[in-house]
Design a protein around this ligand. Structure first.
Ligand SMILES: Nc1ncnc2c1ncn2[C@@H]1O[C@H](COP(=O)(O)OP(=O)(O)OP(=O)(O)O)[C@@H](O)[C@H]1O
Length: 277
């Protein structure tokens, strides 16, 4: 059930509109003036195959966001490298979209304008982009809300808009940092199914960061279990559950078994000490 260590880096880019992410001994140490350095991420190996859905799960401070930021090109590794497709990551890449915990929509822009904003900024706004945005809004049930402003939407609707915005430019990789953690349980479960529908119809390579083990199991092909001090990947667990995943799975003994397998990795790593994961 636990994956073998990643094989040597092989570039096989551009498979079915999704790209491989190869994390090759990437590490991050934050240097702090007048204080000891923080080893936020020990040298880390992980290959996420094109079109694969991998979650990073672990307690606070284990380096999940740090690793995601390195893949997104929003921060620089202090060791190793990360390759997306055939490109070594040095800065943000238009083929890599990020969705954060907060929807971060511009409040004076309508839903449609928010979804089209990245293309507008990149100067790639075409009829095709507009059609794709309309199709995405239709897909997530927000077509009738395209002229509304973010303040008129619920938290779940706002997060749907931010996912549509991330997908409108047809990225090859989607990075998500606790995108549903601020939402109630019911909305979160609905959005899990919507995200999986989108991922199936618009294949992307996904890295999804969460504190929530059940969420990681429900969504993923593999779950990387992280532990803190120093931040590291402790184990990578294959989620041997059939797709498409439906809500019936949430009460299936196989599902509980996977959740408990992952939980046991945290116990082994001593990562649960008082913190919920
Ligand atoms: N800019 C920074 N300067 C110094 N230390 C930092 C910085 N950013 C993160 N850290 C430290 O690096 C470690 C990993 O942080 P990171 O935010 O990646 O963890 P995380 O697993 O995403 O946590 P959370 O689930 O709480 O968001 C923590 O000890 C954190 O305090």
């Amino acid at each position: 059930m636990v994956s073998a260590p990643p094989e040597k880096l092989v570039a096989h880019p551009h498979v079915g509109g999704a790209e491989q992410i190869a994390i090759d001994s990437a590490a991050k140490t934050y240097l702090r003036r007048g204080a000891s350095p923080v080893e936020a991420l020990r040298p880390t190996e992980l290959v996420v195959e094109p079109g694969e859905f991998v979650s990073l799960v672990g307690p606070s401070g284990c380096g999940k966001t740090t690793l995601l930021k390195l893949v997104a090109g929003l921060d620089h590794a202090t060791g190793g490298r990360i390759v997306v497709g055939d490109r070594t990551v040095r800065k943000p890449d238009p083929q890599v979209s990020v969705v954060f915990q907060k929807a971060a929509l511009l409040k004076w822009y309508t839903v449609e304008q928010n979804v089209l904003l990245p293309a507008k900024i990149a100067g790639t706004l075409t009829k095709e982009t507009r059609n794709r945005a309309a199709e995405l809004l239709e897909f997530i049930g927000l077509a009738d809300f395209k002229d509304r402003y973010p303040s008129e939407l619920s938290g779940g609707m706002q997060q749907r808009v931010s996912i549509a915005r991330a997908l409108a430019g047809e990225p090859k990789v989607l990075l998500m940092d606790e995108p549903f953690s601020a939402l109630d349980e019911f909305t979160r479960e609905v959005l899990h199914d919507e995200l999986l529908r989108l991922w199936t119809s618009h294949p992307k390579t996904v890295i999804f960061v969460t504190h929530n083990i059940s969420e990681a199991v429900y969504l993923s092909d593999r779950v990387a279990v992280m532990a803190p001090r120093p931040g590291r990947i402790e184990a990578v667990v294959d989620i041997d559950l059939p797709r498409p995943r439906t809500s019936a799975l949430r009460t299936d003994p196989q599902f509980f078994e996977m959740v408990s397998t992952i939980r046991s990795h945290f116990s082994k790593a001593g990562a649960l000490g008082g913190e919920s994961a």
